[in-house]
Structure formats: structure tokens, C-alpha cells
Design a protein around this ligand. Structure first.
Ligand code: C2E
Ligand code: CA
Ligand code: CA
Ligand code: CA
Length: 279
């Protein structure tokens, strides 16, 4: 196959090699990223659509690589999932989100809930719930302050096991949100079976909300379904006032997106929270 690849191969090979080299170096770099202090969290504010009050934040992971600078989680999370380092990284995220909550509490910020992303590899571990509880206990933060964001892919990989794990999370006091909702294959029956609190409407439905009738139909259907199941809704990727107004009119509870705020480093988040205190 090498020979008959001919010019095509010669044309693409260097680029592919560079890509593979970067992936390999990222994979090995990730093993030390936590110990070397290269990872940090940013926090994106979430707000109530009716009052505009700050309701919480999503913790989003950032990696400052010594050579390549800031690497996007969209690139390194899949690599961490393939190499298995994601389990340690997810726990690092939970611990540091909890440490940040304690620091904000000490600064007198209003008590917020922080959402963290849970990967399939972490969620599928038999000791998952015990591990996260032990981590929070060590830091001294109650599970009520943490929202676990699962994707449909994560939740539906092993539906029976997922149902049990979500119940355990709930019993321990965590909130559970279904992330990127509408992009997977979830059915009404799963939504009813799982002890989910919140649906996060995927940003792909929000992006063209003002222009696309089909997106309006999908988003209103999701909100109506959530309401009839007693679930809260949050729209992600809200970038314009028009999108926020439409979502509010549809009865969506909360929003997250650049229009309200970009993800912020802890200091900037604290300042934002002080400005957006509900009086
Ligand atoms: P996600 O969970 O769907 O996170 C939302 C992404 O949308 C974030 O990208 C956020 O910065 C971005 N975003 C927020 N508002 C807007 C907006 O108004 N417009 C647009 N265009 N984008 C917006 P980010 O931080 O690059 O993260 C990408 C993905 O990486 C996340 O998607 C999540 O799947 C994964 N990820 C991030 N942090 C973690 C983590 O700590 N653990 C795990 N397992 N995955 C993570
Ligand atoms: Ca998320
Ligand atoms: Ca999402
Ligand atoms: Ca996403």
C-alpha cells in the first residue's frame, strides 16, 4: 500500500507524522501535567433567564503546555480518554473545583453550585461514587455544591449501570445534568428512569436559534418535555440578546454562554459574582 500511495502519500505523510507526533507528545505530557502544575480551571457563569441572577458555574479545564502553550480541551480530553489519564484528570478537576468553592466561600461569595464534566471512563468505574465522595470529604465541601455533567453517550453506554450510579449520586446529594442534550440518542424512557435534575440544551441548537425555524421547534420541544418530566433546562452557547430573549420566552430556566460571560479565571469570577449578587 505504501508504493501505490505514490504522490498522495508523499504529499500527506509529513503532515500526518507531525499530527501523530503532537498526539503522542500530548499523551505523554498529560501524565505529568497535573504534577507539573500545567492544568488549571476556568469557570463559566450560569444565570437564571428571568432575573439574570447568577446561579452557578461550569468548571472547564485548561492546559498550558510548556512548548505549545494553551491546548484546547477539545483536543486533549479525547487523548486523555484514549490513554486512560482522564480518570486521574477528572478527579483532579473535582478536587480543584471543590478547593475553589472553599476559597470563594472564605471570600464571602454567595454559595454557588459548580458543575464538573464527567467522562465515560470515570463514570464507569465501580468505585466512582466512593472516590468522589472521599475527595469532597477531604476538601470539606458538601456534594450539594457539585453538579455532575454527564453526556448522553456516557449515560447510555451501560444503561442499567448508569441508572444505579446516577441514583447513588443523587442519594449522596449531588445534582446531575445531562450535557449536550439533543445530540445523542436519549429517549423519553431513559429520561424518566434516570434521576436527572437538568437538561443542558446543546449549543448546536442555540447557534442559529433566531434564524432557524427547525431549531426553534427542537428547543421548544425539549423545554416542554423537560417541564412535563419536572426537569430544569439550561441552554449553552448563548451568544446574543436575541437568543436569550427567545429562550426566556420558551420557558428555559437558565443560560450559559459568551453573552452572559466567557469562562473566567477564579479572581475574575469572584469579581463577576460580587457584581452580580442578588440583592
Ligand atoms: P462542553 O462540556 O460542552 O463545554 C462547553 C464548551 O462551550 C466550552 O468549551 C465552553 O468554553 C464553550 N462555550 C461556552 N459558551 C460559549 C458560547 O457562547 N459560544 C461558543 N461557541 N462556545 C461557548 P471548552 O472549554 O473548550 O471545552 C470543550 C469541551 O471539553 C467541553 O464541552 C467538555 O466536553 C470538555 N471538557 C472541558 N473541561 C473538561 C473537564 O474538566 N473534564 C472533562 N472530562 N471534559 C472537559
Ligand atoms: Ca459540559
Ligand atoms: Ca455541553
Ligand atoms: Ca459539547
Amino acid at each position: 500500500a505504501k508504493q501505490d500511495g505514490g504522490n498522495t502519500l508523499r504529499f500527506f505523510a509529513p503532515e500526518m507524522q507531525a499530527h501523530t507526533r503532537r498526539s503522542l507528545e500530548l499523551a505523554s505530557g498529560l501524565k505529568h501535567a497535573t504534577a507539573h502544575g500545567e492544568l488549571f480551571l476556568v469557570f463559566q457563569p450560569q444565570c437564571a433567564l428571568d432575573s439574570g441572577a447568577l446561579t452557578g458555574a461550569e468548571a472547564l479545564l485548561r492546559w498550558r503546555h510548556p512548548q505549545w502553550g494553551l491546548v484546547s480541551p477539545a483536543e486533549f480530553i479525547p487523548i486523555a480518554e484514549q490513554s486512560g489519564t482522564i480518570v486521574a484528570i477528572d478527579l483532579w478537576v473535582l478536587e480543584h473545583a471543590a478547593l475553589q468553592l472553599r476559597a470563594w466561600d472564605a471570600q464571602g461569595l454567595p454559595e454557588l453550585v459548580v458543575a464538573v464534566n464527567v467522562s465515560a471512563a470515570q463514570f464507569g468505574r465501580p468505585q466512582f461514587v466512593e472516590e468522589v465522595l472521599a475527595t469532597l470529604q477531604r476538601v470539606g465541601v458538601a456534594p450539594q455544591r457539585i453538579e455532575m455533567e454527564l453526556t448522553e453517550a456516557v449515560a447510555l453506554k451501560q444503561p442499567e449501570q448508569a441508572e444505579i450510579t446516577i441514583r447513588k449520586l443523587h442519594a449522596a446529594g449531588f445534582r446531575v445534568a445531562l450535557d449536550d442534550f439533543g445530540t445523542g440518542y436519549s429517549s423519553m424512557s431513559y429520561l424518566k428512569r434516570y434521576a436527572i435534575d437538568k437538561l443542558k440544551i446543546d449549543q448546536s441548537f442555540v447557534r442559529d436559534l433566531a434564524e432557524q425555524g427547525s431549531d426553534q421547534a427542537i428547543v421548544t420541544a425539549i423545554i416542554r418535555m423537560a417541564q412535563s418530566l419536572g426537569l430544569r433546562t439550561i441552554a449553552e452557547g448563548v451568544e446574543t440578546a436575541e437568543q436569550a430573549q427567545l429562550l426566556q420566552a420558551y420557558g428555559c430556566d437558565e443560560m450559559q454562554g459568551y453573552w452572559y460571560s466567557r469562562p473566567l479565571e477564579p479572581q475574575a469570577f469572584a469579581a463577576f459574582a460580587q457584581r452580580h449578587r442578588s440583592s
